[in-house]
Design a protein around this ligand. Structure first.
Ligand SMILES: Cc1cc2nc3c(=O)[nH]c(=O)nc-3n(C[C@H](O)[C@H](O)[C@H](O)COP(=O)(O)OP(=O)(O)OC[C@H]3O[C@@H](n4cnc5c(N)ncnc54)[C@H](O)[C@@H]3O)c2cc1C
Length: 394
């Protein structure tokens, strides 16, 4: 099949790679390949540490994708000829005050209820494990199954493997013939014929002509990269996620002697790096790991995450030959192997596990009555479903 993929973030690239591996003729278009949210991401694969009450659907998706990661990175590193920063050291979630301790205890309970290995520790036991932790840390939970990749190395590897299938051009429209997607039109006016189109343009997905409106919103994240002085290395061996008097911060150590410090979660009009967010991140990181103050700031940047109303992706077949794969919010790196597999299955017209699809189904935003009605349709139209949303939630 000829398949056009719109968007070369980690989701579009991995989906395209999966389709190429299955023998398809693939074209990927993006004016700024790997320059969106994927460029900013810390790369935590934290399906246990990011467990949250009321997010069972998302937790199942995260666990399913985490299970696919070892195979995904091994294959990719072998094809690209370089590693992608996959580290399996585990994640330590730490807290400072009594409320942080309670939040951690609740997290550990939820993790255990879902069969995720989680070891509760005192502050001193955590410091034995990670000596750089400061005296303010009073409690911790170790989740050994939470790993990390370097998303920039992952996208670089995917770009290498895909080669000139990736075209640095913007897409204006999905071309439809008799209701079915039959190609894409680039901003230059050039048309590319295709038997199926995958829209993986992150936040840009809804602005493409021929794609139904999607309930996406920008969820901004400010993030820093710091170089650790030689004398302090390795500052950390585990990824450290902290609750500091109710605020979240994380530190992700990389093999190259840097540490990623993130990230704010904010909405609003500031599109560059927000001063207050950086101030809070540095202050909270310094509370947890005082050595942070000695490090050199090598990068500060902000990117919008493609947020959905409930932080669960929007992945499904919208109409014949047209697949959307967006709304990955705060978990797109972790969800990549699963998204690539499901997106490729849908583009090929295969059946996909019903439980997986219903978790990411756009119909979840409709009123109960509409959902029942939608349940009787064989090929629900996303435009109808999203159109039923209240104005403020789109
Ligand atoms: C600060 C920060 C930290 C994060 N940390 C983590 C983490 O630790 N773990 C995790 O799992 N997730 C993390 N995330 C979330 C993760 O980065 C995103 O969920 C993921 O990158 C989404 O990938 P994507 O490919 O859908 O979107 P993007 O990476 O944004 O890619 C979309 C692409 O589409 C292109 N595009 C847009 N419009 C068009 C068009 N008209 N034509 C062609 N191309 C178009 C854009 O140029 C862009 O390259 C983080 C995000 C941020 C911002």
């Amino acid at each position: 099949m000829r398949i056009a993929v719109i968007g070369a973030g980690i989701i579009g690239l991995a989906t395209a790679d999966e389709l190429v591996r299955r023998g398809h003729d693939v074209a990927v278009c993006d004016p700024r390949p790997a320059g969106g949210a994927s460029h900013a991401a810390a790369g935590m694969l934290a399906h246990a540490a990011e467990a949250a009450w009321g997010q069972e659907a998302l937790m199942s998706l995260m666990a399913a994708s985490a299970a696919r990661y070892p195979g995904f990175v091994a294959r990719l590193a072998a094809s690209a000829g370089h590693a992608v920063g996959h580290r399996v050291d585990g994640t330590l979630s730490v807290g400072v005050d009594a409320a942080d301790r309670e939040a951690l205890a609740a997290l550990a309970e939820l993790q255990r209820a879902h069969g995720l290995p989680a070891e509760r520790m005192t502050g001193s036991a955590a410091r034995e494990r990670e000596p750089a932790l400061g005296p303010a840390v009073t409690s911790a939970v170790l989740t050994v199954d939470d790993h990390q990749v370097d998303p920039r190395q992952v996208t670089a590897a995917l770009l290498t493997v895909l080669g000139d299938r990736v075209r640095p051009e913007s897409v204006d429209a999905v071309i439809r013939t008799a209701g079915a997607a039959t190609g894409i039109r680039l901003a230059s006016g050039t048309e590319i014929e295709a038997d199926a189109v995958v829209v993986a343009a992150g936040l840009g997905s809804a602005a493409i002509e021929g794609v139904p409106s999607l309930p996406l919103r920008p969820v901004w994240g400010d993030i820093l990269r710091l170089r650790i002085p030689e004398g302090l290395r390795p500052l950390l061996t585990l990824t450290v996620r902290a609750q500091v008097r109710g605020r979240s911060v994380y530190l992700v150590p990389r093999d190259d002697g840097t540490v990623v410090l993130g990230a704010s979660v904010r909405e609003g009009s500031v599109e560059g790096v927000q001063a207050g967010s950086v101030l809070a991140l540095l202050r909270d990181a310094d509370t947890v790991v005082p050595g942070i103050g000695e490090c050199e700031i090598v990068e500060m940047l902000a990117r919008p995450r493609p947020g959905s109303p409930d932080a669960v992706p929007l992945l499904g077949r919208v109409s014949p030959g047209l697949v959307v794969s967006t709304g990955f919010d705060r978990h797109g790196v972790l969800l990549t192997p699963l998204a690539a597999e499901v997106g490729a299955d849908l583009a090929e017209g295969r059946d996909v596990d019903a439980a997986l699809l219903s978790a990411m189904d756009h119909r979840r935003f409709t009123a109960a009555g509409d959902r029942e009605a939608a349940g009787s349709r064989t090929a629900p139209a996303l435009a109808d479903l999203v159109g039923a949303l209240p104005e403020g939630s789109r």
